[in-house]
Design a protein around this ligand. Sequence first.
Ligand code: 5GP
Ligand code: ZN
Length: 136
Amino acid sequence: MSDCLFCKIAAGEIPSATIYEDEEFRVFLDLGPATKGHALIVPKTHAANLYELPDEVVAKAFILAKKMITAMTKVLGCDGYNIVQNNGEAAGQTVHHFHIHLIPRYEGDNAGILWTPGTLSDEDKEDILAKVQGVF
Ligand code: 5GP
Ligand code: ZN
């Protein structure tokens, strides 16, 4: 994808604060961090989102996420991590090249990336359970 921002960053054509790189992925600091140390895992091959990402890359990406948060928890001294992965504009995706957000959490940081829980209604529960019958 010649006009894709994350293709260019992943290829090193646009500079980034890279904290890890291998043949298939680049991990770099987010320019608009939710907290100190917020980073993005980006595959070097283009896929718009998780729907389009080949299974073998999905597997490697999440294994890399585990490796990164394990190391970065020690480096940053954070208290936890959120892994966030947005698919589609309705879900908050703004860059349409698959990426995983690694967001370190610090006690009391009030990063505000969690949701206010609703209530599972009987209507929604029955509707969804009926719709998934035979799908999986
Ligand atoms: P999304 O909203 O698509 O899940 O996340 C896109 C993320 O990319 C945002 O958190 C945004 O701050 C980050 N971002 C956008 N442009 C750049 C850039 O040029 N460099 C870096 N390092 N991060 C970017
Ligand atoms: Zn791309």
